[in-house]
Design a protein around this ligand. Structure first.
Ligand code: CO
Length: 603
């Protein structure tokens, strides 16, 4: 008998709907999901924590709590990023331990723990914490293809994880590129080596060979497979649950799940899929066998598409996939999963937009220093030199990265006391993991992009337009609106449409009758015309200003760091391309800026 791990409430919508499924849309179907008898139901962790507070204005702890109440019989599972917890950087042991305690307390039973680099030192603390709190440790290895990642590599590491106290094991093929042969060889290798723990295969449909890989894994003795209810399956998401159940009926591996019940659940999620139509992305639905070369996981791929949209660089999509493969090799073949997928992905975007290693993110520097753990293969010296400078050898660490961190809980707790926030452990944790976004959320200042009642969003909503732009990129559109989006209620009576040429490129421009508020343009040209000023230093990316590093009157040189910005979930530096005295500062910390916005004036 094969068991299934159901991912519709976490990985599926993280892969296909930018992680935006709201708690209320999960609760309505919870009881039915509980009746199936899944090995476990994935409901938490991964990107869901971040997205809940950042875009949904929903408390992730409350989601876990409510789901636990609604799903009493099926073990609930979360994806835990080892020392990164549910964020993108390393945390000290005290935070990781406290987090595991709180997650267990609020309803999480199974903790799927992985480290992006498969550096087992990073998995010790969370694994021990789960055991201490009576949870189930599912220890994961991130799957990837490289000269380093042989079958023996996986078997040996799984043996070590068994000895470290794992309750079950998981091959985490986050990019959906495992081949039937590899799936068979790794599972068989583990079984032949005498590993007794149940083994789970996590994959995505991306490469098109996943169904075959699942079958071969079954033949090698796999115990658990990851699937998602069909309306949010396939493409960059997992293979469909109902299909796998149907395929195994009448065989020795029969799941014995009720297919009729699953089809009922399917109907519910068909409606959900339609409701969230503004998040549909054609590229995410396509089978992409080139994933075996570029190795970008489903969630990362859909985020990358969003980020390219924000940077107005959709047409660079293919180029960035190729650059990503190159950067990954240069950085020692890290598996591409959060946070290394962001490190490699964003650096690749920077390389394509600004020239190879001309803009280097803080995260790339940290990665090269060893702050995420040990890279699978050594990083090429010429890359180390480009990233860390000629004295790069002095900057590299050898210990477990979190050993360098001071305990953080008490500090964050006392900081939060200064704010008008209820001092629960869960709130303190939200703040500790996400000091800026978390605080904004806790203070009640976060805004939901949309609520479930507003769905589906109207065709002329900005977010729906984003979908159209991405799906039909050859048809570039600039919408010029009468009012800012929040207050838009008047429907234009006399809309006029123009075909204009900018630098020889045709654009369709729609002008509504009164005013001239530029809502969104997809072209660089459109942005340039909005602002121009002597000595202006502009943001070269879309994001949130984290800190401003200059004051009025400062004399600065070319290349001086004037601000840091959080773009594409990474912290990056913005440097001045002019020298002189800072005359004006146009932005505040916490401001959202677009690519091309003027930040300061230097004369
Ligand atoms: Co996944």
């Amino acid at each position: 008998m094969v068991k299934l791990h159901e991912m519709i409430l976490r990985d599926a919508h993280q892969s296909m709907l930018a992680t935006r499924m709201r708690t209320e849309d999960m609760l309505h179907i919870a009881e039915k999901l509980d009746q199936v008898g899944f090995f476990s139901l994935e409901v938490w962790g991964g990107a869901t924590f971040d997205v809940s507070i950042r875009y949904l204005n929903q408390d992730p702890w409350e989601r876990l709590n409510k789901l636990k109440e609604a799903i009493p019989n099926t073990p609930l599972q979360m994806l835990e990023r080892a020392m990164n917890v549910v964020a993108y950087r390393n945390f000290p042991d005290d935070i990781v331990k406290k987090f595991v305690y709180l997650a267990k307390k609020n309803g999480c039973d199974v903790f799927r723990i992985f480290d992006a680099l498969n550096d087992l030192r990073n998995m010790e603390t969370p694994m021990e914490a789960v055991k201490e709190n009576g949870g189930h440790v599912q220890a994961c290895l991130s799957y990837t293809i490289s000269p380093i990642h042989t079958v023996d590599y996986f078997v040996e590491k799984f043996e070590k994880l068994s000895k470290m106290g794992a309750d079950s094991l998981c091959i985490k093929d986050m990019a959906g590129m495992i081949s039937p042969k590899r799936a068979y060889d790794i599972v068989k290798g583990c079984k032949d080596a005498g590993i007794k723990l149940e083994i789970n295969l996590h994959s995505h449909s991306t490469s098109g060979m996943t169904g075959m890989a699942y079958q071969r894994a079954i033949e090698a003795g796999i115990d658990i497979l990851d699937t998602a209810i069909s309306p949010i399956s396939g493409g960059t998401a997992a293979p469909p649950t109902e299909s796998v159940v149907a395929a195994l009926q009448g065989t020795e591996w029969d799941t014995n799940y009720d297919l009729k019940l699953l089809i009922e659940i399917r109907k519910y999620f068909l409606d959900i899929w339609e409701k969230y139509r503004h998040l549909h992305r054609i590229n995410a639905l396509k089978i992409d066998p080139s994933v075996t070369l570029h190795q970008i996981p489903g969630g990362m791929l859909s985020n990358l598409i969003f980020q390219l949209e924000e940077q107005g660089a959709n047409e660079k999509y293919r180029e960035i996939l190729i650059e990503t493969a190159r950067v990954r090799e240069e950085l020692g073949y890290p598996p591409l999963v959060t946070p290394t997928s962001q490190v490699v992905g964003v650096q690749s975007v920077m390389n394509v937009l600004h020239g190879r290693y001309k803009v280097i993110t803080k995260e790339t520097k940290d990665y090269c220093k060893g702050m995420y753990g040990k890279s699978p293969a050594p990083i090429k010296p010429e890359i180390m030199k480009k990233v860390l400078g000629p004295k790069w050898r002095d900057e590299v660490i050898d210990c477990r990265p979190s050993d360098l961190l001071e305990p953080m809980w008490e500090k964050r707790k006392s900081e939060l006391k200064d704010h008008d926030v209820e001092m629960t452990d869960e709130n303190i944790m939200t703040y500790a993991l996400y000091p800026q976004v978390g605080l904004k959320f806790l203070l009640g200042k976060a805004k939901a992009e949309f609520t479930s009642d507003e769905l589906p969003l109207p065709i002329d909503h900005d977010l729906t337009r984003g979908m159209v732009r991405q799906s039909f990129p050859e048809h570039k559109q600039i919408w010029i609106e009468t009012e800012p989006p929040e207050s838009r209620s008047v429907t234009a009576k006399i809309p006029t449409e123009f075909e204009v040429e900018v630098d020889g490129e045709p654009f369709e421009v729609k002008v509504n009758p009164i005013g001239g508020y530029l809502v969104s343009g997809t072209s660089e040209e459109a942005k340039v015309t909005t602002k121009d000023m002597e000595g202006s230093v502009k943001s070269n990316m879309q994001g949130t200003i984290l800190s401003i590093k200059v004051e009025k009157g400062n004399k600065i040189k070319e290349g001086h760091v004037i601000a840091t910005i959080e773009a594409m979930k990474m912290e990056q530096e913005i440097k001045s391309d002019v020298a002189g005295e800072v005359k004006k500062i146009f932005v505040n910390e916490g401001d959202s800026v677009a690519s091309g916005d003027i930040l300061i004036q230097v004369i």
